[in-house]
Design a protein around this ligand. Structure first.
Ligand code: SAM
Length: 478
């Protein structure tokens, strides 16, 4: 394992569950063939002859400064392969996704559906000593200088993009082949690939400015390091800024953060993990990730007690507690039922928290609010993530000694509704128009589609709050 004196810090999605578990994987299969332009599931072969780990080139430094290579590491690198059990990789409404190829009965324990060995991942640790896997970069390659010039606190994505581009350039490297499965610049939803006009369609000045600044940062980084005097070894990795921006989009939208134990070290790491990065996001995921320390494998596991029908999608929760604008920044998608979305109210009106929660049968502490469907006779399909978000974002009051007065509550609800209406009126388009635009667009650029969906989701959230306040006003009577 190579290590460099470099620090790094970052944040994106973390699904790490550190608990130990028992699992007995059945003989499975690995897969790889096809590319994303082919229709239907990715076909599966019984082993992966693609992986070839390359040893670092001999370097000039005195041998005492170098860590000896771990021979076992290289050996397992040749023989280990990805395994996937009972899943298919298919094109769906959100690009490629992972789907159950058979019914999954609920079990008391979490169970493994994929195993991915460390040596297939691109990994950068966040702290000293800086580690990366696989150690494909010959020490002394100028890409090291570029990575070393970045800010370890903030530049995890730039560094991972550099590693990715390097891996693509390395003959026989696994990522050269896996690259066929990654979305191309046309297929990628990342707002880094949006034009300035696309960003205006967000109808959110702040997010548009953030993305403009992010794109500028990427261009400046490319210009600084891919200048005319740069060595050919560097130049050929990203001949134009578009190539670098695409690699950055891939790094941002597919990076997984894990706490990884390697030997005695516990490292927070930013990783590109093939196949696991095909799982789409859900706020009610049926899977999670687990790092298996003993043989350095990432496991994708189904939640304990989870029932999944054949053909249903397997999902992860990418980000907990984040608003739609953060999902847009990193992944280029949003949701109208994000339970963590927020509306900034500016008036003085407040509704009674406990009454609001009980009207919608929401239980738990604010961090873990959930709809208690057992309390709703016949189920209440109205309550979704947006109503949970409303419970968090509406201005509320709470006083153990004072019961709510229904007429005051209805008045407050009305004022809050008016504020929502006012916010809706300030948008240049309404939700019906947004929907019509989406319905009429053929072959639209992905970031443009994502931008219009984002503004639509904001409006649908506001409308849901208005509806929830209507219901609150009626039910508070009882
Ligand atoms: C980690 S990748 C997942 C695999 C990806 N769908 C693909 O085609 O390769 C993350 C990307 O998938 C898409 N995605 C994931 N979850 C989504 C969701 N719930 N809604 C819309 N798009 C989603 C977004 O384009 C996002 O940037």
């Amino acid at each position: 394992m190579a290590s460099l004196p470099l620090q790094q810090h970052s944040h994106p999605f973390s699904n790490y569950k550190g608990s130990s578990h028992g699992c007995s994987p059945r003989p499975g299969y690995a897969f790889l063939s096809n590319n994303r332009n082919n229709v239907g599931p990715i076909r599966v072969s019984t082993d992966i002859p693609l992986l070839r780990l390359l040893r670092p080139r001999p370097v000039e430094e005195s041998p005492s400064e170098l860590e000896p290579a771990d021979p076992d590491f290289y050996r397992i690198g040749y023989v280990r392969s990805v395994r996937a059990y009972g899943v298919e990789f298919m094109e769906g409404p959100d690009g490629f996704g992972v789907y159950a190829s058979k019914d999954v009965e609920p079990l008391r324990r979490a169970r493994v559906i994929m195993e991915i060995p460390l040596e297939l991942m691109l990994t950068i640790s966040q702290k000293l000593p800086w580690m990366f896997f696989p150690d494909i970069i010959p020490l002394g390659h100028p890409i090291f200088d570029i990575i070393n010039s970045t800010n370890p606190e903030t530049d995890w994505d730039l560094r991972l993009a550099c590693l990715l581009l390097f891996a693509f350039d390395r003959e026989g490297n696994f990522w050269q082949l896996y690259g066929d499965f990654l979305p191309s610049a046309d297929e990628c939803t990342s707002l880094l690939l949006a034009t300035e006009e696309n960003l205006l369609e967000l109808q959110d000045q702040d997010l548009a400015s953030t993305m403009k600044a992010q794109k500028q940062r990427a261009i400046e980084f490319w210009e600084k390091n891919w200048h005319s005097a740069a060595p050919l070894k560097i130049k050929r990795l990203a001949r134009d800024p578009e190539r670098f921006i695409w690699a950055l989009s891939i790094a941002q939208s597919r990076c997984i953060n894990l706490k990884m134990r390697v030997g005695a070290l516990i490292q927070d790491a930013n990783m590109l993990i093939p196949y696991a990065d095909m799982l789409n996001h859900s706020f009610q995921p049926n899977c999670f990730l687990h790092w298996r320390f003993k043989d350095r494998m990432l496991e994708v596991m189904i939640n304990a007690g989870q029932r999944i029908k054949k053909g249903e999608e397997m999902t992860l929760n990418y980000l907990k507690g984040e608003k739609n604008n953060m999902f847009m920044q990193l992944y280029g998608f949003s949701s109208s039922v994000n339970p963590w979305d927020v509306i900034q109210f500016s008036g003085n009106a407040q509704v009674h928290l406990e009454s609001f929660l009980s009207v919608f049968n929401i239980s738990g502490l604010p961090e873990e609010y959930y709809h208690n469907s057992r309390l709703s006779d016949g189920g209440d399909s109205f309550v979704d993530g947006a109503v949970i978000a409303a419970a968090r974002t509406l201005p509320t009051w709470s006083d153990g000694d004072m019961p709510p007065v229904p007429s005051h509550e209805r008045k407050a609800a009305k004022q809050l509704q008016e504020e929502c209406q006012q916010m809706l009126a300030e948008f240049p388009t309404n939700s019906q128009q947004d929907q019509q635009i989406l319905d009429s667009m053929l072959d639209v650029r992905k970031p443009l589609e994502a931008a219009i969906k984002y503004r639509l989701h904001r409006k649908l959230f506001l409308k849901k709050i208005i509806k929830a306040l209507d219901i609150y006003g009626t039910r508070i009577l009882f």
